[in-house]
Design a protein around this ligand. Structure first.
Ligand SMILES: Nc1ncnc2c1ncn2[C@@H]1O[C@H](COP(=O)(O)OP(=O)(O)O)[C@@H](O)[C@H]1O
Ligand SMILES: [Mg+2]
Length: 259
Protein backbone atom coordinates (compact mmCIF):
# COMPACT_ATOMS: atom_id res chain seq x y z
CA UNK A 1 0.00 0.00 0.00
CA UNK A 2 1.33 3.42 -0.96
CA UNK A 3 1.38 6.05 1.79
CA UNK A 4 0.46 9.39 0.20
CA UNK A 5 1.56 12.68 1.78
CA UNK A 6 0.52 16.12 0.53
CA UNK A 7 2.58 19.25 1.24
CA UNK A 8 0.40 22.36 1.26
CA UNK A 9 0.33 25.81 2.87
CA UNK A 10 -2.14 28.30 1.56
CA UNK A 11 0.63 30.87 1.17
CA UNK A 12 3.34 30.62 -1.50
CA UNK A 13 7.05 30.89 -0.81
CA UNK A 14 6.94 29.22 2.62
CA UNK A 15 9.12 26.23 1.69
CA UNK A 16 6.66 23.57 0.51
CA UNK A 17 8.70 22.39 -2.45
CA UNK A 18 11.94 22.44 -0.50
CA UNK A 19 10.36 20.31 2.25
CA UNK A 20 8.74 17.90 -0.22
CA UNK A 21 12.00 17.41 -2.17
CA UNK A 22 14.15 16.87 0.92
CA UNK A 23 11.73 14.47 2.63
CA UNK A 24 11.41 12.49 -0.60
CA UNK A 25 15.17 12.31 -1.20
CA UNK A 26 15.83 11.38 2.44
CA UNK A 27 13.35 8.49 2.34
CA UNK A 28 14.75 7.36 -1.03
CA UNK A 29 18.23 7.38 0.56
CA UNK A 30 16.85 5.14 3.30
CA UNK A 31 16.16 2.70 0.42
CA UNK A 32 12.42 3.32 0.45
CA UNK A 33 10.68 3.43 -2.93
CA UNK A 34 9.49 7.02 -3.25
CA UNK A 35 7.54 9.08 -5.78
CA UNK A 36 7.16 12.87 -5.90
CA UNK A 37 4.31 14.41 -7.87
CA UNK A 38 4.82 18.09 -8.63
CA UNK A 39 1.16 19.13 -8.69
CA UNK A 40 2.03 22.85 -8.80
CA UNK A 41 1.56 22.60 -12.57
CA UNK A 42 1.68 26.28 -13.47
CA UNK A 43 4.78 27.05 -11.39
CA UNK A 44 6.36 23.64 -11.16
CA UNK A 45 9.86 23.74 -9.71
CA UNK A 46 10.57 20.46 -7.90
CA UNK A 47 12.59 19.38 -10.95
CA UNK A 48 14.73 22.53 -10.63
CA UNK A 49 15.58 21.79 -6.98
CA UNK A 50 16.45 18.24 -8.06
CA UNK A 51 18.44 19.47 -11.06
CA UNK A 52 16.41 17.37 -13.49
CA UNK A 53 15.82 18.40 -17.11
CA UNK A 54 12.20 18.10 -18.11
CA UNK A 55 11.14 17.53 -21.71
CA UNK A 56 7.64 16.11 -21.27
CA UNK A 57 5.17 17.43 -18.73
CA UNK A 58 1.74 16.82 -17.29
CA UNK A 59 0.24 19.00 -20.04
CA UNK A 60 1.57 16.55 -22.67
CA UNK A 61 -0.14 13.76 -20.79
CA UNK A 62 -3.39 15.69 -20.54
CA UNK A 63 -3.15 16.45 -24.30
CA UNK A 64 -2.72 12.75 -24.95
CA UNK A 65 0.66 13.29 -26.63
CA UNK A 66 2.52 11.26 -24.01
CA UNK A 67 1.63 8.77 -21.32
CA UNK A 68 2.23 9.06 -17.58
CA UNK A 69 4.84 6.28 -17.87
CA UNK A 70 6.89 8.57 -20.19
CA UNK A 71 6.76 11.37 -17.64
CA UNK A 72 8.29 9.58 -14.68
CA UNK A 73 11.95 10.54 -14.19
CA UNK A 74 14.21 8.58 -11.88
CA UNK A 75 16.74 10.81 -10.07
CA UNK A 76 20.25 9.59 -9.11
CA UNK A 77 18.86 8.75 -5.65
CA UNK A 78 16.21 6.50 -7.12
CA UNK A 79 13.40 8.97 -6.48
CA UNK A 80 10.62 8.80 -9.07
CA UNK A 81 9.76 12.38 -10.03
CA UNK A 82 6.57 13.20 -11.90
CA UNK A 83 7.38 16.73 -13.06
CA UNK A 84 4.65 19.31 -13.33
CA UNK A 85 5.92 21.00 -16.48
CA UNK A 86 7.66 24.30 -16.73
CA UNK A 87 5.47 27.33 -16.44
CA UNK A 88 2.68 26.15 -18.71
CA UNK A 89 -0.02 28.49 -17.57
CA UNK A 90 -2.92 26.65 -19.19
CA UNK A 91 -2.48 23.75 -16.84
CA UNK A 92 -2.41 25.92 -13.75
CA UNK A 93 -6.10 25.65 -13.15
CA UNK A 94 -7.02 22.29 -14.56
CA UNK A 95 -10.66 21.29 -14.12
CA UNK A 96 -11.91 18.44 -11.98
CA UNK A 97 -12.02 15.94 -14.84
CA UNK A 98 -8.34 16.61 -15.59
CA UNK A 99 -7.45 16.35 -11.89
CA UNK A 100 -9.17 12.97 -11.87
CA UNK A 101 -7.08 11.96 -14.91
CA UNK A 102 -3.85 12.99 -13.19
CA UNK A 103 -4.73 11.13 -9.98
CA UNK A 104 -5.80 8.00 -11.88
CA UNK A 105 -2.75 8.09 -14.13
CA UNK A 106 -0.55 7.34 -11.12
CA UNK A 107 -2.24 3.97 -10.54
CA UNK A 108 0.50 2.18 -12.49
CA UNK A 109 2.97 3.17 -9.74
CA UNK A 110 1.02 1.35 -7.05
CA UNK A 111 3.40 -1.63 -6.88
CA UNK A 112 6.51 0.43 -7.58
CA UNK A 113 6.52 2.90 -4.69
CA UNK A 114 5.96 2.87 -0.92
CA UNK A 115 5.53 6.63 -0.50
CA UNK A 116 4.14 9.39 -2.71
CA UNK A 117 4.76 13.05 -1.85
CA UNK A 118 2.45 15.54 -3.56
CA UNK A 119 3.69 19.13 -3.79
CA UNK A 120 0.53 21.23 -4.12
CA UNK A 121 0.05 24.77 -5.48
CA UNK A 122 -0.30 27.78 -3.19
CA UNK A 123 -3.73 29.26 -2.53
CA UNK A 124 -7.01 27.63 -1.58
CA UNK A 125 -7.87 26.76 -5.19
CA UNK A 126 -9.97 23.73 -6.13
CA UNK A 127 -6.79 22.08 -7.38
CA UNK A 128 -4.76 22.49 -4.21
CA UNK A 129 -7.67 21.38 -2.02
CA UNK A 130 -8.51 18.37 -4.14
CA UNK A 131 -4.91 17.14 -4.48
CA UNK A 132 -4.34 17.55 -0.74
CA UNK A 133 -7.58 15.78 0.23
CA UNK A 134 -6.69 12.93 -2.14
CA UNK A 135 -3.74 12.00 0.16
CA UNK A 136 -3.54 9.97 3.40
CA UNK A 137 -1.71 12.73 5.27
CA UNK A 138 -1.59 16.49 4.75
CA UNK A 139 1.38 18.54 5.93
CA UNK A 140 0.68 22.26 6.17
CA UNK A 141 3.84 24.36 6.09
CA UNK A 142 3.50 27.36 8.36
CA UNK A 143 5.84 30.30 8.93
CA UNK A 144 5.50 32.63 11.90
CA UNK A 145 3.86 35.52 10.02
CA UNK A 146 0.24 36.71 10.06
CA UNK A 147 -0.08 36.26 6.27
CA UNK A 148 0.97 32.63 6.54
CA UNK A 149 -1.49 32.07 9.43
CA UNK A 150 -4.33 33.65 7.41
CA UNK A 151 -3.69 31.62 4.28
CA UNK A 152 -3.10 28.35 6.15
CA UNK A 153 -6.31 28.95 8.09
CA UNK A 154 -8.28 29.58 4.87
CA UNK A 155 -6.83 26.41 3.38
CA UNK A 156 -7.67 24.24 6.40
CA UNK A 157 -11.17 25.74 6.53
CA UNK A 158 -11.73 24.80 2.88
CA UNK A 159 -10.39 21.27 3.54
CA UNK A 160 -12.79 20.92 6.43
CA UNK A 161 -15.90 22.35 4.76
CA UNK A 162 -15.45 21.00 1.25
CA UNK A 163 -13.72 17.70 1.94
CA UNK A 164 -14.64 16.92 5.52
CA UNK A 165 -10.99 16.61 6.51
CA UNK A 166 -10.68 16.28 10.30
CA UNK A 167 -6.94 16.53 10.86
CA UNK A 168 -3.71 17.91 9.40
CA UNK A 169 -0.02 17.86 10.33
CA UNK A 170 1.89 21.12 10.79
CA UNK A 171 5.54 21.85 10.01
CA UNK A 172 6.83 25.27 11.08
CA UNK A 173 9.46 26.52 8.62
CA UNK A 174 12.00 29.34 8.94
CA UNK A 175 11.80 29.26 12.76
CA UNK A 176 14.41 30.94 14.98
CA UNK A 177 14.66 27.87 17.23
CA UNK A 178 12.57 25.04 18.70
CA UNK A 179 10.61 27.21 21.12
CA UNK A 180 9.88 29.81 18.43
CA UNK A 181 8.50 26.94 16.29
CA UNK A 182 6.29 25.54 19.08
CA UNK A 183 5.06 29.04 19.92
CA UNK A 184 3.98 29.58 16.31
CA UNK A 185 2.27 26.21 16.31
CA UNK A 186 0.44 26.86 19.60
CA UNK A 187 -0.80 30.30 18.52
CA UNK A 188 -2.01 28.92 15.22
CA UNK A 189 -3.69 25.96 16.90
CA UNK A 190 -5.53 28.29 19.23
CA UNK A 191 -7.03 30.20 16.29
CA UNK A 192 -7.95 27.08 14.35
CA UNK A 193 -9.53 25.19 17.24
CA UNK A 194 -11.61 28.24 18.12
CA UNK A 195 -13.41 28.12 14.77
CA UNK A 196 -12.92 24.69 13.20
CA UNK A 197 -13.15 21.06 14.22
CA UNK A 198 -9.82 20.08 12.77
CA UNK A 199 -7.07 18.36 14.79
CA UNK A 200 -3.62 19.86 14.32
CA UNK A 201 -0.53 17.74 14.99
CA UNK A 202 2.88 19.38 15.28
CA UNK A 203 5.26 17.13 13.33
CA UNK A 204 8.40 19.24 13.41
CA UNK A 205 10.20 22.36 12.27
CA UNK A 206 13.07 23.72 10.21
CA UNK A 207 15.24 26.72 11.05
CA UNK A 208 15.71 29.73 8.83
CA UNK A 209 18.96 28.60 7.30
CA UNK A 210 21.44 29.81 4.71
CA UNK A 211 22.23 26.17 3.93
CA UNK A 212 18.63 25.70 2.81
CA UNK A 213 18.52 28.75 0.54
CA UNK A 214 21.99 27.95 -0.85
CA UNK A 215 20.91 24.40 -1.63
CA UNK A 216 18.10 25.72 -3.81
CA UNK A 217 20.49 27.94 -5.76
CA UNK A 218 22.90 25.00 -6.10
CA UNK A 219 20.04 22.72 -7.22
CA UNK A 220 21.11 20.11 -4.68
CA UNK A 221 18.72 19.10 -1.87
CA UNK A 222 20.24 20.11 1.50
CA UNK A 223 19.72 16.61 2.81
CA UNK A 224 22.54 15.53 0.45
CA UNK A 225 24.93 18.14 1.84
CA UNK A 226 27.13 15.87 3.95
CA UNK A 227 29.11 18.73 5.55
CA UNK A 228 26.34 20.86 6.97
CA UNK A 229 23.26 18.77 7.29
CA UNK A 230 23.62 17.16 10.73
CA UNK A 231 20.93 19.25 12.37
CA UNK A 232 18.80 19.64 9.28
CA UNK A 233 18.85 15.90 8.66
CA UNK A 234 17.68 15.32 12.23
CA UNK A 235 14.81 17.75 11.66
CA UNK A 236 13.78 16.08 8.39
CA UNK A 237 13.98 12.60 9.95
CA UNK A 238 11.78 13.76 12.82
CA UNK A 239 9.20 15.20 10.41
CA UNK A 240 9.13 11.98 8.36
CA UNK A 241 8.77 9.80 11.45
CA UNK A 242 5.95 11.86 12.95
CA UNK A 243 4.07 12.10 9.67
CA UNK A 244 4.28 8.35 9.20
CA UNK A 245 2.97 7.94 12.78
CA UNK A 246 0.08 10.40 12.23
CA UNK A 247 -3.28 8.82 11.52
CA UNK A 248 -4.59 8.67 7.98
CA UNK A 249 -7.23 11.24 7.16
CA UNK A 250 -10.63 10.47 5.78
CA UNK A 251 -12.01 12.83 3.15
CA UNK A 252 -14.76 13.19 0.59
CA UNK A 253 -13.87 12.78 -3.03
CA UNK A 254 -11.25 11.10 -5.13
CA UNK A 255 -8.11 9.59 -3.54
CA UNK A 256 -4.76 8.47 -4.92
CA UNK A 257 -4.53 4.71 -5.52
CA UNK A 258 -8.20 4.26 -4.69
CA UNK A 259 -9.79 1.12 -6.04
N1 LIG B 1 14.15 27.06 6.07
C1 LIG B 1 14.51 27.97 5.16
N2 LIG B 1 15.52 28.83 5.39
C2 LIG B 1 15.87 29.77 4.50
N3 LIG B 1 15.24 29.93 3.31
C3 LIG B 1 14.23 29.11 3.01
C4 LIG B 1 13.80 28.08 3.90
N4 LIG B 1 12.78 27.41 3.33
C5 LIG B 1 12.57 28.01 2.13
N5 LIG B 1 13.43 29.02 1.93
C6 LIG B 1 13.49 29.96 0.80
O1 LIG B 1 12.17 30.25 0.39
C7 LIG B 1 12.04 30.14 -1.00
C8 LIG B 1 10.74 29.44 -1.33
O2 LIG B 1 10.84 28.05 -1.05
P1 LIG B 1 9.92 27.01 -1.81
O3 LIG B 1 10.24 25.67 -1.27
O4 LIG B 1 10.02 27.20 -3.27
O5 LIG B 1 8.48 27.50 -1.30
P2 LIG B 1 7.02 27.15 -1.85
O6 LIG B 1 7.12 25.82 -2.54
O7 LIG B 1 6.17 27.11 -0.63
O8 LIG B 1 6.63 28.25 -2.77
C9 LIG B 1 13.25 29.39 -1.50
O9 LIG B 1 13.78 30.01 -2.62
C10 LIG B 1 14.23 29.38 -0.36
O10 LIG B 1 15.34 30.19 -0.64
MG1 LIG C 1 6.58 25.30 -4.51
Amino acid sequence: MVETIAIASGKGGVGKTSLAVNCAVELANQTKRVGLLDADFGLANAHIMLNQKVSVSISDMLDGTSSMEDLVQVTPNGLKLIPGGSGVLEVMNIDSKKRWEVIKSLDHLENEIDFLFVDTPAGASDSSIEFAAACDKIIIVLVGEPTSFMDAYAFIKALSIEKNVGGVSIVVNMAKNASDATNSFESFKKIVSHFLEVDLTFVGWLPHSQTISNSIVARKPFILNKKENGNLKMRIDEIIKKVIDASRIKSNGIRFFDK
